[in-house]
Design a protein around this ligand. Structure first.
Ligand code: KG4
Ligand code: ZN
Length: 365
């Protein structure tokens, strides 16, 4: 059972091939990725129309590269999977359209996958895969959620951000410091030279007693702090060059203080979710899961509490095709992929498709 997975929800075109034969964890046979970061950098963020056009250019050459890595022809593919949502509508349409065209040409079924389910299950491709059930901390550029995961397709939302996502807090703070896009990795790098105790920044909802998050206030606090250091008017607008008067050390101290605030909240709430559920395993997924301080502090906290923590491989933390092919493989193995007609007649593949730019994971059957 060979499954080709296509990811195109935002600014990365990812294609991968997994072997989901039998009941073992699907095996990655090849994967290729093209990041559009350089193209969007000039604009300080993702330009949706440019993203869609670039996905069109990349998706078939990447597919060829993956098949070449695996040493297999396209005709060997049994299922074509694609990210159906959430994400940018135009970008999703590219991957979904191409997947359906390939499926139609091959006469093979096509499967739409939830992007966050891909992230959530991505640690199953790591050398230290988790076992169900577990608590998942999903931290990406658009989402910050704590979920209880009892099996493939069995997800219960425990808490989520009421405003900005953790990745957004990294990105917006980085932008204020003039670090460009995407800000998370750049801010984390600068923070290495900074003092996390230099500036007192809020830890929003830390003691709220629930598992929700809020990061919008943190962004405002960073803006105020940068304005103070730059001797700028506190009422003035946030401009690209606001942080120019700051010394490199001041910028590094702000970066370290923001990172410490975000990480402390993520660690405390994850531990609270584990305690409330009685579960002993934590899985961290999404782009912010690549953050070294978050990993260090989660490892230490989980070790102290006698809990296990699992991560995707570093290169599979951010968007990629492997997680989409994997999620499709696990769905097929769990019997959740295709509705089988009650009369036992063979399944006739459909090549109609839609995309779901907004799609709560809890709606996934
Ligand atoms: O999962 P992802 O690739 O895309 C979404 O689905 O959103 O996550 C991207 C997010 C961005 O906000 C990026 O700044 C953040 O993950 N990120 C990081 C790091 N690497 C990526 N944030 C903090 N530290 C990192 N090392
Ligand atoms: Zn993502």
């Amino acid at each position: 059972m060979l499954i080709l997975g296509i990811e195109s929800s935002c600014d990365e075109t990812g294609v991968a091939l997994v072997d989901a034969s039998g009941s073992g964890t699907p095996r990655l046979l090849g994967h290729a990725l093209h990041s559009q970061i350089e193209m969007h950098q000039a604009y300080g963020g993702v330009v949706p129309e440019l993203a869609s056009r670039d996905h069109i250019r990349r998706v078939l050459p990447l597919t060829d590269a993956v098949l070449a890595q695996a040493g297999l022809p396209l005709s060997a593919v049994d299922v074509v999977a694609h990210t159906r949502g959430p994400g940018l509508a135009g970008a999703l349409l590219v991957g979904s359209g191409v997947a359906c065209a390939l499926g139609f040409a091959l006469g093979k079924p096509v499967l739409g996958i939830h992007h966050l389910e891909g992230h959530l299950l991505s640690p199953f491709l790591s050398a230290d895969p988790p076992e169900f059930p577990f608590i998942a901390l999903l931290v990406s550029g658009g989402h910050t959620q704590l979920m209880r995961v009892d099996g493939v397709g069995r997800y219960e939302l425990l808490g989520e951000t009421i405003d900005d996502a953790a990745g957004e807090a990294f990105d917006k703070s980085a932008k204020l410091l003039g670090l460009g896009y995407p800000g998370g990795p750049a801010l984390a790098k600068l923070a290495q030279q900074g003092d996390p105790l230099a500036y007192k920044l809020p830890r929003p909802l830390l003691h709220s007693g629930d598992l929700d998050f809020s990061f919008a206030g943190l962004k405002t606090a960073v803006l105020t702090q940068v304005k103070r250091l730059a001797h700028a008017s506190l009422d003035g607008p946030a401009t690209t060059h606001l942080a120019d008067p700051l010394t490199l050390q001041q910028k590094a101290d702000v970066a370290a203080s923001v990172q410490a605030a975000i990480v402390e909240v993520l660690v405390k709430k994850s531990l609270a979710a584990l305690k409330a559920s009685g579960l002993k395993r934590l899985v961290v997924a999404g782009g912010v899961g690549a953050n070294a301080l978050l990993r260090e502090q989660l490892n230490a906290a989980c070790h102290r509490a006698g809990l296990r923590v699992h991560y995707p491989e570093l290169h599979l933390c951010t968007d990629n095709g492997a997680m989409i092919a994997l999620a499709a493989g696990l769905r097929v193995q769990a019997g959740l992929a295709f509705a089988v007609p009650a009369d036992g007649a063979p399944v006739v593949p459909s090549y109609r498709f839609d995309v779901r730019p907004r799609w709560p994971l809890a709606d996934l059957a």
